[in-house]
Design a protein around this ligand. Structure first.
Ligand code: SF4
Length: 329
């Protein structure tokens, strides 16, 4: 591990003043410390943000909820506002990692966790995400867990988060602050597809700090469901996951949101397709048509062709379960 200095600022201003090309913010450290131990990340300065005033969950004037970046995954999943108004988010968080990791991991850090592609963590192999221009051994190598949508010749990695799949479906907004001031980023624009620059996972600049995640006023009540398909029952990343939410008008779809995890470099959504299905009858046949359309552009690799069928069936099941879950507020 490369030697590094450590500081623990007491204010956001002080934290931002410490940023530079070789610095990294650290909160729970549940991913960054692994990356450092494997020599995948070698920051020369760690800025511990755990003392910053970003630990609150509160209601917004617009009827939504603002989640401080340092709220732990456990606190968030069991918070009364989240449990009662956004059960989709609570389900997704509790489907991820282990209780010990959720106790440590922060909400802001969850957005920034890096892919679990095995080549990315093995510094003896090339990897365009770790060393730009070195190549992507996953394309012709072991790619069972890799992307089927939105990948590039440079990288076929998937985003590992469960929480982010629900946040994409709920159309969260990320509040960040850097030297240029504060800005708000729609969740769909926060993470990137790999293109020719897979080393960049998201749209943050190096001086920007995630302050909070804002959820809009709830629209979907209990007609939502998070379905995660994985190799073992717990403590495993998704092969495919689905965050599904429906607003129903009798037996018709008034609105729908659906995001996929485990299939792309970011949570995968198609808002135009969702809008196209507005007004359709809420039936298994409709859900099957939606799944087929969402996956039409899938380009599986040698080892992950099964993901297309798996995702198709998971979408139908998640939407069917969302439909029968609970009563709208
Ligand atoms: Fe690296 Fe991406 Fe290829 Fe994995 S898929 S080896 S992260 S470039």
């Amino acid at each position: 591990m490369t030697p590094f200095s450590y500081s623990k600022p007491a204010s956001i201003e002080q934290a931002l003043s410490l940023t530079g090309p070789h610095s990294r913010f650290i909160a729970g450290g549940t991913n960054l410390l692994d990356l450092m131990k494997e020599n995948v990340a070698s920051p020369r300065q760690l800025i511990d943000i755990s003392a910053l005033p970003l630990h609150e969950v509160g209601e917004t004037a617009q009827g939504g909820v603002m989640i401080g970046a340092l709220v732990s995954n456990t606190e968030l999943a069991w918070h009364p506002l989240i449990e009662s108004r956004y059960p989709l988010l609570a389900q997704a968080i509790l489907a991820g990692a282990s209780p010990q990791l959720r106790n440590m991991a922060s909400s802001g850090g969850n957005l920034l966790q890096r892919t679990r592609c095995q080549y990315f963590y093995d510094s003896a192999t090339p990897c365009n995400k770790r060393v730009p221009g070195s190549g992507c051994p996953a394309r012709a190598g072991l790619n069972r867990n890799h992307a089927i949508l939105g990948a590039s010749q440079s990288c076929v990695a998937t985003h590992p988060s469960d929480m982010c799949v629900a946040l994409a479906a709920l159309e969260a907004v990320v509040h960040v602050r850097g030297h240029g001031g504060e800005r708000q980023i729609a969740f769909a624009d926060f993470h990137r597809l790999p293109g020719e620059t897979p080393e960049r996972d998201n749209c943050l600049s190096e001086d920007e700090l995630v302050l909070a995640i804002e959820l809009p006023a709830p629209r979907f009540g209990r007609h939502s469901h998070y379905l995660k398909i994985r190799d073992r029952a717990s403590y495993a990343f998704a092969l495919v996951s689905v965050a599904a939410a429906l607003q129903l008008d009798g037996q018709r779809i008034a609105a729908m949101r659906l995001a996929l995890g485990g299939v792309a470099h970011k949570p995968w959504r198609d808002p135009a397709l969702e809008a196209h299905f507005q007004g359709r009858s809420a039936t298994v046949q409709t859900y099957a048509e939606f799944a087929e359309a969402l996956l039409r552009g899938a380009q599986p690799l040698a080892d992950n062709r099964f993901k297309v069928r798996l995702a198709n069936n998971a979408i139908i099941r998640a939407l069917s379960t969302a439909q029968s879950a609970g009563v709208q507020p």
